[in-house]
Design a binder for this molecule. Structure first.
Ligand SMILES: *[C@@H]1O[C@H](CO)[C@@H](O)[C@H](O)[C@H]1NC(C)=O
Ligand SMILES: *[C@@H]1O[C@H](CO)[C@@H](O)[C@H](O)[C@H]1NC(C)=O
Ligand SMILES: *[C@@H]1O[C@H](CO)[C@@H](O)[C@H](O)[C@H]1NC(C)=O
Ligand SMILES: [Zn+2]
Length: 540
């Protein structure tokens, strides 16, 4: 009690002396009234857009929870010398917002594989599994057969649209992989990662499925090393052993991809010079793999070698939008998550700001009357935004109030993560620490090597045809169904037939080569337990 009173007193004193940071125009009530009147009028003027979506642009911020979203907004403004809180991000302009429940079938807090299967394939599933229903078990190839579920990328392609994936991770990573692959394990990047037993049972690696499943027009990200024979020197890092090819089967999937596209204008590029030279007007297919694995963080990117997510998004849209039937494009800001796993808020927020600029580019290149644009996250991270920082204070700075241990703390901190440190019963003393550097690791309450994910709802934001379907508190797998309905792809084509009654034929979203029997009966309790244990063991 006493300490609370001291804290409040301290805060009042700080506010009294710190009030110069407040903005004079905001002291005038008319400032807030006129701003609200404008917002109200634009809400009143808004008309429902019930068009059929020709194009779908899905922007997926991996690990971009609400706290990350708010903090990135402030950072975006502060990078432009604004106070930041009032800054309007591009994603803030989306008129329709809902909340998404992200849990997977087996875990309260999910991973990117299970969640991608939900929002891309329309079916919730188990942790670590991609493009398969929850009847499949993590890492158990036998349970994969017959339980495959297809994604909206395939439904769009089957409907004659062009399709693409753009990511800042390797293109075999959980989020993009779920758009084209079926795998009992998200870790089966190349054949070298697939256990012999799984190979005997007929499971193939994710990279080979990139070539064998849906014909994808634009593939942009990283992941060269999973495409080439073991020991193949990387063109960019020829002396780095860990960058060398991983495949044991001797296949060079980049060469195979080029051969598959003979007769079309198809470009494979691995650096910015060649990427810039790709003319979208004359290009049918593009595969761009800029790193052996994931791309670099935006803050560490070499702009002469690797394009930004804004540039890759633009190239993809310009290639895809030549199709008169439209396109489906998944753009993943994939390393927001990875920066949070490292406990580095600076990196995570800069990734998110770059992601917002990519969204702006997407809106600039498309028309709202025919393009459904969605922004969402797969899951959140346990980053908190706390203390009583002043208006305009650096989002990477410290609370003006100190803890009862008489030590300062940053306004962004983690629930768990690598930033936990207690020496002689005390937290690290941050008084002389610059917490705004890109390598600073924020404090965490519990020690873990890697920050885990967190389980609160994430946002879904929408604009364009049928964007009003993205409202309320929804299960994550609803997103795939609502996008497909809006664009008239997949099993439910009522929207382009002028009907709203449930479809007569009850169609499942399973692969065409399978029925919907699955292997439910044959899966033993032991397998589920093994799967759950594996999931915990393998979790990022
Ligand atoms: C913000 O201010 C700094 C220091 O005054 C200046 O160097 C920088 O160019 C400014 N940035 C913008 C976007 O105005
Ligand atoms: C994948 O496609 C290639 C080329 O079309 C073909 O030779 C190969 O048999 C296919 N593999 C699988 C597992 O379907
Ligand atoms: C980019 O890739 C092309 C094709 O491999 C190569 O000829 C060129 O030298 C590369 N450019 C740079 C800057 O590495
Ligand atoms: Zn993660």
């Amino acid at each position: 009690m006493e300490s609370t009173r001291v804290a409040i007193l301290a805060l009042s004193l700080l506010v009294a002396f710190g009030s110069s940071s407040a903005k004079v125009e905001e002291e005038n009530p008319e400032f807030w009234r006129s701003q609200a009147r404008k917002t109200l009028q634009s809400a009143l003027d808004r008309k429902l857009n019930t068009n059929v979506a020709k194009n779908i642009l899905l922007f997926l911020g991996d690990g971009m929870g609400i706290t990350t979203y708010t903090a990135a907004r402030i950072l975006k403004g502060q990078l432009q010398n604004q106070t930041g809180e009032e800054t309007v991000m591009t994603m803030d302009t989306f008129p329709n917002v809902g909340l998404v429940k992200t849990y997977s079938v087996d875990f309260q807090i999910p991973d990117s594989a299970a969640t991608a299967t939900a929002y891309l394939c329309g079916v919730k599933t188990n942790l670590n599994t991609i493009g398969v229903s929850a009847a499949a078990r993590n890492g158990v190839c036998k349970t994969q057969k017959g339980n495959e579920v297809t994604s909206i990328l395939k439904w769009a392609k089957d409907a004659g649209k062009s399709v693409g994936i753009v990511t800042t991770t390797r293109v075999q990573h959980a989020t993009p992989a779920t758009s084209y692959a079926h795998s009992a394990s998200r870790k089966w990047y190349s054949d070298a990662d697939v256990p012999d037993a799984a190979k005997r049972d007929g499971c193939t690696d994710i990279s080979s499925q990139l070539l064998n499943n849906t014909d994808i027009d634009v593939i942009i990200g990283g992941g060269r090393k999973y495409m080439t024979p073991r020991g193949t020197k990387d063109p960019e890092y020829p002396r780095d052993y860990s960058s060398r090819g991983k495949r044991k089967d001797g296949r060079n999937l980049i060469n195979e991809w080029q051969r598959l596209k003979i007769g079309k204008v198809a470009h494979y590029v691995w650096n910015k010079t060649d990427f810039d030279a790709v003319d979208p007007e004359t290009t049918d297919y593009l595969m761009a793999l800029f790193e052996p694995g994931d791309l670099r963080f935006e803050a560490d990117r070499d702009p002469s070698m690797d394009p930004s997510i804004v540039e890759t998004t633009e190239k993809a849209i310009r290639i895809l939008q030549k199709n008169p039937k439209g396109f489906f494009l998944l753009v993943e800001g994939g390393r927001i998550d990875q920066a949070h796993h490292n406990g580095r808020a600076y990196m995570a927020l800069h990734e998110t700001v770059a992601f917002d600029y990519a969204i702006a580019k997407g809106l600039e290149l498309t028309k709202e009357h025919e393009t459904l644009t969605i922004v969402t996250a797969d899951h959140s991270h346990p980053v908190t935004f706390n203390g009583f920082p002043f208006r305009g204070q650096s989002i990477l700075g410290k609370s003006p109030l100190w803890g009862t241990d008489m030590l300062p703390y940053t306004t962004l901190m983690y629930g768990n993560g690598p930033g936990h440190k207690i020496t002689n019963g005390k937290r690290p003393d941050l008084r002389n620490v610059n917490t705004k550097t890109k390598d600073y690791i924020q404090l965490s309450a519990a020690p873990t090597e890697s920050t885990t994910h967190s389980g609160e709802d994430v946002a879904v934001l929408a604009r364009g045809p049928m964007a009003h379907l993205f409202q309320g508190v929804q299960e994550q797998n609803y997103i795939a169904h609502a996008m497909a309905y809006a664009a008239c792809v997949g099993a439910d084509v009522r929207h382009c037939q002028g009907q709203t009654q449930p479809p007569v034929v009850h169609t499942t979203f399973t692969d065409d080569k399978n029925g919907n029997g699955g292997t439910h009966g044959s899966v033993t309790l032991l397998m589920s337990l093994l799967g759950a244990l594996l999931a915990i063991a393998l979790l990022i």
